[in-house]
Design a protein around this ligand. Structure first.
Ligand SMILES: Cc1cc2nc3c(=O)[nH]c(=O)nc-3n(C[C@H](O)[C@H](O)[C@H](O)COP(=O)(O)OP(=O)(O)OC[C@H]3O[C@@H](n4cnc5c(N)ncnc54)[C@H](O)[C@@H]3O)c2cc1C
Length: 451
């Protein structure tokens, strides 16, 4: 019997959850998942990784662990041909292209950071989206602490210890909260020559407040808490330019800083925006069944899908919470199509709550209409995300790291030797060169910014 071929594009929240939901259901299908990285990344905990609270391996899970009944290919998806049901993938290290055909397609390729065309900001800012971003930020911050400790000029020390985070959504707020604790705790414990008055943490928000997704009272509480922790919040302002050691704001202010982190917007990959279908702000516009109307065998979900809430007329926000829920609908609808059933399930979701951690043992949450703040909200956040993290092994490791953090100081080890190895085209049939490649391979760490 000919098996139905299903391709899942993207190994993030949406793609992995479709795969996991499909594996719970009985089907006669050959599933292949394709992603650039060979692991699934639990993004809500990236800020904690950037501050050294948790390890990269705590929140990254090899995609092959989810592939009991599926194939995994690590490759870049370079183009999609909806008319002919083909996907072109490019092997990441040598550019070799392969064409895959499909009967059903699931597009779950997420989003990328949007610099709104500002090349200078793109060049000078860190982003907070990938595991490499978090490692690079942590390494850079420790580097700045080390230099600042040996610096006698107070003006330069101040610049080295100024961190600006642009964007006051969940990623920006959690990032500044974590970094603020990390820098201040590390200075208190280890860096005796640093004057704490030289530490400046700035959060820049384009709107009137922070965390616009939350109820007004709660976002005001979060703002007050951050300010109390020593973070300056600049509202109704955009960052308009940046250099290696400064950021220029729309209100005319120039902030001298060694660290700029950009979390201010999302954009969609050109593989998606160039597809022959309807889009909204680059995202693929899908019907209530999460399919492309012109191509009902193609499902789209997660950050790259524009899904309208039929009740409110608004579009669902790009969150992990929504991606997880959408994946259930996609898995069921796929099954119905495979088994030749006419019925398709409508996507409908009302979020039960939102939450964020905003520093040491402090958080805010809104759950089923109730607002919770402080340590209780922090505990709710930790428990919820621990439960959400896939696999028992990772849950165990993460819980252990969190527990250790209650008793031990932050790790300030600086990985200084950064070696980048470019891998040019190489002959896969040549076993000796493959051995040499494997033997010489060193982990790649994004280069740190220098002042
Ligand atoms: C720092 C941070 C904190 C966040 N905190 C929260 C939170 O607290 N709560 C919440 O609900 N949401 C949070 N989010 C948002 C959440 O991470 C996203 O909404 C969610 O990851 C979307 O899932 P996705 O599968 O659509 O995209 P992703 O998880 O980004 O996955 C996309 C996948 O596609 C792959 N991919 C993309 N393009 C290609 C290509 N061309 N070739 C091959 N592979 C490709 C990527 O490698 C990745 O595996 C946070 C995001 C960030 C960055």
């Amino acid at each position: 019997m000919q098996l139905h071929k299903i391709l899942i594009l993207g190994g993030g929240f949406a793609g992995i959850s479709v795969l996991r939901n499909m594996s719970k259901l009985r089907h006669d299908a050959q599933i292949t998942i394709i992603s650039e990285d060979n692991f699934f990344l639990f993004t809500p905990m990236l800020p904690e990784m950037a501050s050294g609270t948790i390890h990269p391996s705590d929140i990254s899970i090899p995609i092959r662990k989810f592939c009991k009944n599926a194939e995994f290919i690590q490759a870049k998806i370079s183009s999609i041909d909806l008319k002919n049901k083909l996907v072109a993938i490019t092997r990441t290290f040598d550019g070799k292209v392969k064409i895959l055909d499909y009967d059903y397609l699931v597009i779950a390729m997420g989003s990328t950071t949007n610099f709104f065309g500002n090349k200078r900001i793109e060049k000078n800012a860190f982003t907070m989206k990938t595991i490499q971003d978090a490692i690079a930020i942590k390494n850079h911050l420790i580097h700045m602490l080390e230099i600042a400790d040996g610096e006698d000029d107070q003006k330069i020390q101040e610049k080295l210890l100024t961190v600006v985070v642009v964007g006051a959504g969940f990623a920006g707020v959690e990032t500044i909260g974590e970094i603020n604790d990390f820098i201040r705790d590390s200075v208190r414990h280890y860096y005796r020559n640093i004057n704490p008055a030289n530490i400046h943490m700035v959060l820049v928000s384009g709107s009137a407040g922070i965390l616009p997704e939350l109820d007004k009272n709660l976002s005001k509480k979060a703002l007050d808490s951050l300010q109390k922790a020593g973070i300056r919040i600049v509202t109704k302002t955009k960052a308009v330019d940046a250099g290696e050691d400064y950021v220029f704001l729309g209100n005319g202010e120039t902030i001298q800083c060694a660290t700029l982190i950009w979390t201010a917007g999302l954009t969609i990959d050109s593989v998606i925006t160039s597809l022959d279908c309807d889009h909204k702000a680059g995202k693929i516009l899908v019907d209530e069944f999460l399919r492309i109307p012109k191509y009902p065998e193609v499902f789209v979900l997660g950050d790259c899908a524009a899904i309208q809430d039929n009740k409110t007329g608004e579009f669902y926000p790009p969150t992990a919470q929504h991606a997880l829920r959408e994946s259930r609908t996609v898995a069921r609808n796929l099954m119905h199509q495979i088994f030749g059933k006419d019925s398709q399930e409508r996507f409908n979701f009302e979020s039960k709550g939102m939450m964020a951690i905003i520093g040491k043992r402090n958080g805010i949450a809104t759950i089923s209409g109730y607002n919770v703040t402080g340590t209780m909200a922090w505990l709710v956040w930790k428990t919820y995300y621990l439960m959400m993290l896939p696999t028992f092994e990772k849950k165990f490791k993460l819980a252990l790291d969190w527990t250790c953090n209650l008793f031990f100081k932050k790790d300030i080890t600086l990985i200084r030797k950064i070696k980048k190895k470019s891998l040019n085209r190489f002959d896969m049939d040549d076993i000796s060169s493959l051995d040499q490649f494997l033997f010489n391979l060193e982990p790649e760490v994004k280069s740190v910014k220098t002042l």
